[in-house]
Design a binder for this molecule. Structure first.
Ligand code: HEM
Length: 455
């Protein structure tokens, strides 16, 4: 029982303008051509402007690290996500970004992450108890289940004050927001002015209104608690860090908009991504019996000693997760706009060129991987993993804008995966082939129904 992981077939040649605009809106993954999986750098000009798709590891390093000052988060990303996330860490630039990154880094040090382990295990146990109450053989949407548990993890770790709203309402709002605002609008692709109404933006208004209200309530509650307490708790948490932040030089704190954008950024970036990584991992294990058996054996052995295994103690679980994120990177495309002229590979880059570094493409690239479309976690086992070029595998990005939550996410995913594998076996629903859909994150279109059986 071993299936080829589903992916859209590469196109023989690029789509013409109108079909391209519609395909980008429907699912950007379906627009890549064979050349994108075979060429190191593709540079071209079309109705959407100059675009350079960079899949050569040295060139990626140039854009994301060596000449990073010449590239900023692109205008399309700012337009799509700005209404909710502008002013937060993901979209901030320059001094605002540096200040926020410095401020929030202490929440994600290896020590801080180790401190979250017991809380992550509690979330895992909560999920196991929830599943134990179900009838064996029931079909469940794993995408929804993992969304729920990863939000629970955030509530027990970096948001210990809670989200102040029903978690399912939050999940619903985040999914709605990503689904509406995260759809690439042809008007945005064409860089047309903001006053022209976008369908997605209108549809995302209810989710944004929900966030504004929920976030204002969280901030007010936390301010009241901090005024009562004098001293903060001994564990760092996101809200206290944001509210008590003062710039060491100026003493000025973050604005209300920055605080609110960061709360949303961390909820958005911190749970859908990890949930998707776990969802695709379970699907791939469900369709690759040999690796499922190995992963189950490791989970059994690990949990016999501790209910909070770290990624370093779990080479097989880690390799399985890393291979799942190679095939289905939760953040499928990283995009930047060039500020000044540059030379990337053999191409002259003009200011305004949109640079696309797509983990989806790079991690399935024919020049960089053997049998790129097959699931083979052995690539990531100790010994083999060191041979992978740092810039050929980028599920968390690279350079100064690398995911701040990387260590947190890996720790969380390993603990959750170990608990699930020890207690349950998830089988794919016969005949159901999930379709990878790129919105803000890469998720299975129509969820991931799987059959739940106790082991
Ligand atoms: C498997 C899980 C995750 C994946 C694959 C992932 C992926 C990424 C990627 C690729 C970036 C860089 C984007 C770019 O360069 O344009 C990023 C940035 C970011 N991620 Fe994650 N992420 C994950 C989990 C998390 C978690 C758990 C958190 C927080 C709790 C988080 C918070 C952030 C934030 C705030 C940024 C912006 C960092 C900055 O620009 O300085 N992510 N993530």
């Amino acid at each position: 029982m071993s299936q080829r992981p589903p992916a859209p077939l590469p196109l023989a040649k690029p789509l013409s303008t109108i079909p391209l605009l519609f395909a980008m809106r429907a699912n950007p993954l379906s627009t890549w051509t064979r050349a994108h999986y075979e060429e190191s750098i593709l540079h071209g000009s079309s109705v959407i402007g100059e675009v350079c798709v960079v899949s050569d590891p040295a060139a990626i390093r140039h854009v994301l690290v060596d000449n990073v000052a010449n590239y900023r988060k692109d205008d399309l990303q700012q337009r799509l996500l700005g209404p909710g996330l502008a002013g937060g860490l993901l979209l901030a630039e320059d001094e605002m970004w540096r200040r926020q990154r410095r401020l929030l880094a202490p929440l994600f040090t290896p020590r801080a992450v180790a401190g979250y382990k017991p809380a992550i295990a509690q979330s895992a146990q909560w999920l196991m108890a929830r599943w134990a109450r179900q009838r064996p053989g029931r079909t469940f949407d794993m995408a929804a289940e993992f969304s729920r548990v990863t939000l629970d993890v955030l509530e027990r770790t970096i948001f210990p004050q809670g989200l102040g709203r029903d978690p399912s309402a939050f999940i619903h709002a985040v999914t709605d927001y990503f689904d509406t605002a995260g759809r690439v609008d042809p008007l945005d692709l064409l860089r047309l002015p903001d006053w022209l109404p976008r369908l997605g933006r209108r549809r995302s208004a209810p989710a944004l209104a929900f966030f504004a209200e929920a976030v204002a309530a969280m901030i007010a509650k936390q301010r009241a608690t901090m005024a009562d307490q004098q001293e903060g708790g001994d564990r760092p948490d996101l809200l206290s860090a944001l509210l008590s932040a003062a710039d060491p030089e100026t003493g000025i704190g973050l604005s209300e908009d920055e605080i609110s954008a960061n709360i949303l950024t961390f909820i958005g970036a911190g749970h859908e991504t990890t949930a998707n990584a776990l969802t695709w991992t379970m699907y791939l294990l469900g369709t690759h019996r040999d690796w499922r058996v190995r992963a189950e054996a490791e989970a059994d052995a690990l949990l016999a000693h501790s209910d909070t295994p770290s990624p370093e103690e779990a080479p097989i679980l880690r390799a399985v997760l890393e291979e799942a994120m190679r095939l289905y990177p939760p953040a499928a495309t990283l995009t930047r706009d060039a500020i000044g002229p540059d030379r990337v590979g053999t191409f002259d880059i003009r200011p305004g060129t949109r640079m696309v570094v797509s983990p989806w493409l790079v991690q399935r690239h024919k020049k960089l991987w053997t049998n790129p479309d097959l699931f083979d976690p052995a690539r990531f086992l100790p010994g083999a993993r060191d041979k992978i070029d740092r810039f050929a595998y980028l599920p968390f990005g690279a350079g100064p804008r690398i995911c701040i939550g990387m260590g947190f996410a890996m720790q969380e995913a390993v603990i959750l995966l170990a608990h699930v594998l020890k207690q349950f076996r998830l089988e794919p629903v016969p005949g159901h082939v999930p379709v990878p859909l790129q919105r803000v994150t890469l998720r299975p279109q129509d969820g991931m129904p799987m059959i739940l059986r106790p082991r």
